[in-house]
Design a protein around this ligand. Structure first.
Ligand code: NGO
Length: 518
């Protein structure tokens, strides 16, 4: 049995690594083409003198696509400070330098990259594909390219061809800004880090017992009072509508869609403290700065509650261009079972009325998920009959198993940040699981993708976010993007090791896991 397992692990790893066409007799040199995370679908290293980025290089962009041109600008913005080169954009046709071109059949987010001695050509059917191709190119350049001041180079890119497209349409990361508030700058910084790993959904957990972080015009007390504190009693904070829209635009410029979450009917103390009418006894609750869960509930059925959720969801839907609106639904232990089902039915109908698709934590499957709804699984064992049954009936799944995908779990007993309710989570544990088979009895086709949540009971700064996300976030990103055939821990840890220097240059302080040969 054990031998079979070892053998299958070996076989699984055969598809990883780089397929190198080296001259007969020559040992294939390890190529940076094989260092990319997430592992591309196909990499062919051709050997030979690399492409060298020099000061006469131009970036060719398609004439008629402002979106593709913006990707060119983004790339130039990344390369100019460290290389010191002008790297002008041009719409003139050209075969030398860096060429971004639209076309081909790489799908909604895929791309093909050909590196020769003369050019790096990235070709994609969409600007999103070009953007992901640019992230691959970035990882193929020396890590000093990430510096924000001049570096000597040389700026080489190994020759070969990368053909790539994602395994899953949904590759998410969540940030909880409710337990500790994280201002716009910190959010943008995290978005930039996520972009490097081809994450395409950014889920903002905007409300919880400890804080309400998004301005709602019809309910000003939510932020004025409900946003005035946080875990541990700090001064909290909130996003104005303009702040939120800025985040949405910034995420869009990194080809990420924002998924806003208003957690209901539990996890709602901040709102209960702001508006007395949301409570069954009509008395406002005190603000809460602890970390217990499951004690608060909207007074389901009250007229004031119905108008409240309608107003809140209307305003958030209007601010959000993306298709999804997350209504939480987890740990509603203070809500009676039948009230929960009634509440979720009503809230889902409102989301639909405002033209959005419902997302909810997987407890939603204990009520009746609306048509097209997405349940986000956060359990640890995958043996959840109601989730599997809903998936068989058409509910789609995003997987965030607490013991693999939660970035707020401690790495080990000595990790000072984080929590441990789902167990310690070393890097290998965050990597070694299969989203397609995790939920027993759910069809693989129901899985829309994966998401890595960063809950913030103990996370109060960008440094703390970085330390918990790296190196686990890239593991989740690879599960979301790379084909299952590329899944290989021994290869992944080697590629992960090569990222460490890049993070250091980027100012990311990461956990130096003993499982990785840094
Ligand atoms: C649970 C809980 C959150 C906590 C988190 C901490 C979900 C969906 N509800 O996940 O309120 O912050 O664990 O890990």
């Amino acid at each position: 049995m054990r031998r079979r397992r070892v053998l299958s692990a070996l076989l699984l790893c055969l598809g990883a690594g780089v397929n190198t066409t080296a001259p007969a007799g020559a040992a294939p040199a390890p190529s940076p083409l094989g260092q990319v995370i997430p592992a591309p679908a196909s990499v062919r290293s051709t050997g030979g003198a690399p492409f060298v980025l020099e000061d006469d290089v131009r970036i060719h962009v398609p004439a008629r696509s402002p979106a593709a041109k913006a990707v060119g600008e983004y790339l130039a913005g990344l390369l100019r400070p460290s290389t010191g080169y002008g790297l002008p954009l041009t719409t003139a046709a050209g075969r030398d330098g860096i060429v971004l071109s639209l076309g081909g059949d790489s799908g909604r987010e895929g791309y093909r990259m050909d590196v020769t001695g003369r050019a790096v050509v990235i070709r994609a059917a969409t600007a999103a594909g070009l953007f992901h191709g640019v992230q691959t190119l970035r990882q193929l350049l020396p890590v000093s390219v990430e510096r924000t001041y001049w570096q000597p180079g040389p700026w080489t890119v190994a020759r070969g061809t990368v053909t790539d497209r994602p395994r899953y349409a949904y590759r998410g990361a969540m940030l909880d800004v409710a337990r500790h508030f994280h201002p716009v700058g910190a959010v943008e910084r995290y978005i930039d880090e996520l972009a490097l790993y081809k994450i395409n959904y950014f889920h903002l957990h905007l409300t919880d017992d400890q804080g309400w972080r998004i301005a709602i015009k019809s309910r000003p007390q939510l932020t004025r009072h409900g946003g005035s504190t946080q875990v541990g009693g700090g001064s909290g904070g909130y996003f104005t509508k303009a702040d939120y829209q800025r985040i949405v635009r910034y995420a869009a410029s990194r080809y990420m869609t924002v998924v806003p979450e208003v957690d209901m009917p539990g996890h709602i103390n901040a709102a209960l403290a702001s508006y007395a009418a949301l409570n069954c006894n009509g008395v406002a609750r005190p603000l809460y700065t602890g970390t217990a869960v499951g004690f608060s509930s909207l007074c389901v059925g009250r007229k004031a509650v119905n108008t409240f959720i309608n107003d809140v969801l209307r305003e958030i839907a209007a601010l959000t261009p993306g298709p999804y609106l997350h209504i939480g639904g987890d740990e509603a232990r203070a809500t009676k079972r039948h009230s929960y089902a009634a509440f979720m039915r009503r809230a889902q109908a409102i989301v639909g009325k405002y033209g959005k698709t419902v997302m909810g934590w997987h407890q939603l499957t204990g009520a009746t998920p609306a048509r097209g709804a997405i349940a986000q699984y956060w359990g640890t064992r995958g043996d959840e009959p109601s989730v599997a049954a809903a998936a068989r009936k058409g509910t789609r799944l995003v997987l965030s198993p607490g013991n693999h995908a939660y970035l707020d779990m401690k790495y080990n007993a000595r990790t000072s940040l984080g929590r441990a309710w789902a167990g310690y989570t070393e890097v290998r544990k965050s990597y070694d699981w299969n989203p397609a088979t995790f939920i027993h009895g759910a069809p693989a086709s129901a899985v829309l993708g994966v998401e890595a949540p960063m809950w913030s009971e103990t996370i109060g700064s960008s440094d703390a976010i970085d330390y918990m996300a790296f190196p686990r976030l890239p593991a989740l990103a690879e599960l979301g993007w790379s084909p299952a055939s590329k899944h290989c821990w021994s290869d992944f840890r080697r590629r992960l090791a090569a990222q460490g220097d890049r993070w250091s240059v980027m100012g990311i302080t990461y956990y130096r896991s003993p499982q990785v040969p840094w």
